[in-house]
Design a protein around this ligand. Structure first.
Ligand code: GSH
Length: 208
């Protein structure tokens, strides 16, 4: 059985929870990271050398990096799932949007989230939050344009790309983001994600 290490308030842990639930795979989860601590021990660092969450154990195999974990779980436990198509072009399209999450939108969304949720109002750098919100809005606009033509991030069905991005779109709409523009296709996609029971239960929670 897969053992998932990481607190369930972490965006990167949430995406793994969503996949495990969506596939109906049995798993256990251990609270580490944040206020729980437990990520500096030699045993944990052997699984996740940076001391971040998530990490997984699958038998004697351990793995870190959330998007790699998503791909591994599909490859090892659900090789024919449409969440991670095997046809090369379809698979590459999924991976490109997963990379978009890690390499493009992660940075401004982290600044907005940490500023608005984890920083008390009197200590907030409002200029930095506004600048990051503007950057994030520009990136969400790219996805909004794509979602005008497709129901999901990588095409016409739910894939790992939606799982990588989903928690961020939830936070984008529930946080009090300064200057957040309308993005009707993005909002419609968010509604489609909310209709998934695992997303509604484990990701659509108040940001904390
Ligand atoms: N690229 C890594 C990033 C992991 C990461 O930054 N995790 C954050 C939580 S979202 C973390 O571990 N923060 C410190 C902590 O929770 O103790 C991944 O996708 O797994």
């Amino acid at each position: 059985m897969i053992k998932l290490w990481g607190r369930n308030t972490s965006s990167n842990v949430m995406k793994v929870i969503w996949l495990l639930e969506e596939l109906g795979l049995p798993y256990t989860r251990v609270d580490v990271g944040g206020a729980f601590g437990g990520t500096a021990t030699p045993d944990y660092r052997a699984m996740q050398p940076l001391g971040l969450v998530p990490a997984i154990e699958d038998g004697d195999f351990t793995l870190f990096e959330s998007n790699t974990i998503l791909r591994y779980i599909c490859n090892a436990h659900a090789p024919s799932t449409p969440l991670y198509p095997t046809e090369p072009k379809a698979r590459a399209r999924v991976e490109a949007w997963m990379d978009f999450q890690q390499t493009a939108i992660n940075r401004p969304m982290s600044t907005v989230f940490l500023g608005l949720v984890r920083t008390p109002p009197e200590k907030r750098d409002t200029a930095a939050i506004a600048a990051a919100a503007k950057d994030a809005a520009g990136l969400w606009a790219i996805l909004d344009g794509r979602l005008a033509r497709h129901a999901y991030a990588a095409g016409d069905s739910l894939t790992l790309a939606d799982m990588a991005l989903g928690i961020y779109v939830h936070r984008w709409f529930v946080m009090d983001v300064p200057g957040r523009p309308e993005a009707p296709n993005l909002r419609a996609w968010y509604q489609r994600l909310l209709a998934r029971p695992a997303f509604a239960k484990h990701l659509a929670v108040p940001p904390s």
